[in-house]
Write a protein that binds this ligand. Structure first.
Ligand SMILES: [Zn+2]
Length: 316
């Protein structure tokens, strides 16, 4: 089945498990604007008139600034294009996933889910919903109404430890096994519960990296700082705990299916889960790009300010 709501969940928003309480949409434009607003305007109060003159009269100074700004602008364009590419790939994964077949009948999937719950002694409730039976969950958890609607339409599935339930669409019940994998991670493993909680790192990584970079100051030799150089890798690493935890949830689901339904082929389930996992890997890459972009855009803004200040110094 096809679902239009997927388009709304593409931008750094992986397919699985994203409920409104745990959204990890990241908007680099807003974050860098926010950060720039917080920045005090750099002034030349401490500079004596003599040093100002020296700076403006240096022949290469302005052309160096312009070159740096041009390079940064080029990098920003490249990063934005790369972001579009990542979004497109993520949408492709999600749309192939949506067309993916169920690996077993609804009753077999439910058998696996019930076995997972009882074997692991999970407290989380299991729900399969569509538009006819979603009402009670929405009334119980009004804060999750939007996410519940998306699940009812077949566009997602999620587990929430606050609500203590896992929910999948009636049309794609096999997603529940991955969500019960999350429930197992949360309820039964300190390590994976820790990783689940680190999801928040990815959300704020670009802004935090940009802040740290600014805080650590500019290198005197004009070269890139460590943070500037590795912003992409650092951003991706911040999302790595989530990528690992997502893989673990899927592996738990697949293992349970193999154990409960030894004669059923799991190819379709593995394929679907791999595609869903890829949306997380791509989201990690997206966070890496957003981190690099946040730093680049702040540098462009600063460079523009410096140029304006230099121009005004020249005219005075
Ligand atoms: Zn998940």
């Amino acid at each position: 089945m096809n679902n239009l709501t997927l388009n709304l969940t593409s931008k750094y928003n992986p397919y699985f498990c994203s409920n409104s309480a745990e959204q990890n949409n990241y908007n680099v434009d807003e974050a860098s604007k926010f950060w720039l607003r917080e920045q005090p305007q750099k002034t030349t109060i401490n500079q004596t008139p003599t040093t100002q003159q020296t700076i403006t009269e240096k022949p290469f100074f302005n052309s160096f600034e312009t070159d740096t700004a041009t390079n940064a602008a080029g990098t920003a364009v490249f990063l934005r294009l790369a972001q579009r590419g990542i979004e497109w790939l993520s949408e492709m994964c999600a749309s192939i996933l949506m067309r993916g077949k169920e690996f077993a009948s609804e009753s077999d999937v439910k058998k696996v889910a019930d076995a997972m719950k009882s074997e692991k002694g999970l407290k989380a409730d299991i729900h399969y919903i569509d538009n006819t039976n979603k009402g009670f969950l929405k009334r119980m958890f009004p804060g999750l109404a939007k996410s519940i609607d998306t699940v009812a339409n077949g566009g997602n599935a999620f587990y929430t430890h606050q609500g203590n339930f896992a929910v999948a669409p009636k049309s794609k019940p096999s997603l529940i096994l991955h969500e019960l994998g999350h429930a197992t991670n949360f309820e039964k493993s300190k390590f994976f519960r820790g990783l689940q909680k680190l999801k928040v790192l990815g959300m704020y990584a670009p802004m935090a990296i940009a802040f740290l970079n600014d805080f650590s100051g500019k290198r005197k030799d004009g070269k890139q700082s460590f943070i500037e150089k590795y912003a992409g890798v650092i951003g991706f690493s911040a999302f790595l705990p989530t990528i690992v935890e997502e893989a673990a949830a899927s592996i738990r689901g697949i293992k349970a299916a193999r154990k409960t339904l030894p004669n059923v082929k799991l190819g379709a389930l593995k394929r679907n889960y791999f595609l869903a996992w890829m949306t997380y890997v791509l989201a990690g890459v997206g966070i890496g790009l957003a981190s690099k972009l946040a730093i680049t855009e702040i540098n462009i803004e600063k460079s523009n300010r410096n140029n304006k200040q230099n121009a005004s110094i020249k005219t005075t």
